[in-house]
Design a protein around this ligand. Sequence first.
Ligand code: ZN
Length: 249
Amino acid sequence: MYSTEDHRQALRMLAAGDSLSKVSRQLGVSRSALRAWRDDGPPHQPHRGECPRCDSAPLDEGAYASLLGFYLGDGTIAKAATYHSLRVSCDRQYPGIVADVEGSILRVRPRSSIFHVAAPGVVIVHANWTHWPCLFPQHGPGRKHDRRILLEPWQERIADRHPAGLLRGLFHSDGARVANWATRAVAGEPKRYDYPRWQFSNRSDDIHAICQQALDTAGIPWRRSSALHTSVSTRAGVAALDELIGPKR
Ligand SMILES: [Zn+2]
C-alpha cells in the first residue's frame, strides 16, 4: 500500500516531466503502480461536509453578511421532506439585486443549484440545502415579525466585520432610496433642494435593531422615523451609505 501523499507527489513529478524510472526510484513506488496512477488521475478526495457550522467548512463571511441581510429582509426558509429551501423574494425591476442574491448564495454554498420562481412583480430565488437552518438559526415557525430575531454571537462577529454586506442585503431588499425635494426662495427666486434619504422598512423591531447596529458599526447616523422605518437622512450619512451599498438596480 502506498500513501495518498506518495500518490499525489508521484503525479506532480510525472506532470513535471520526470520519467517513471526516476519517480519509482525516488519514491520507492513500483513502475506498474505509477502507470496505473498516471492513467487514473488524482486520488479521490475523502468526503468533506459542506456546512460551515456542522463540518467547519470555510465560510465566505462577506457573502454571508449580505445573504443574512437579504434573508432578514425578504427571505424565508421552508422545510421540505429532506431539505430546507431558502427563498428570497426580489423585485423584478432590479435584476442586479437578483444577481447579487444568487452570487451571495453561491459564495456561501458553492454547490448550490439555484432556481427562480416567478410571481407577479417578483422573482423568488430558491436554493435547497439541509443546512440552511444552521446558517440562519433565526429560522422558525410563523412570520419573522411575530418572533424574536436575535443574532447568535458568531453572526454578530461577522456583522461587525462586514457591515457593508449586511447593510446592502437589508437596504436592497427592504429599503428604498427616496428622493424628497423642496423649494425655497433664494434672492426672491424659487430654488429646488433635493433631500435624498435611505429608508429601511420592516415590521420587526429586532430586525430594525440589527440594521441600526450595522449602521452604528459603519458610523452612519440614523433615526427611527416611524414604527415601520429606520431612516438615514443626513447628507453625509446618505453619501456614506450610497458608497457602501451602491444603488438598487
Ligand atoms: Zn449544518
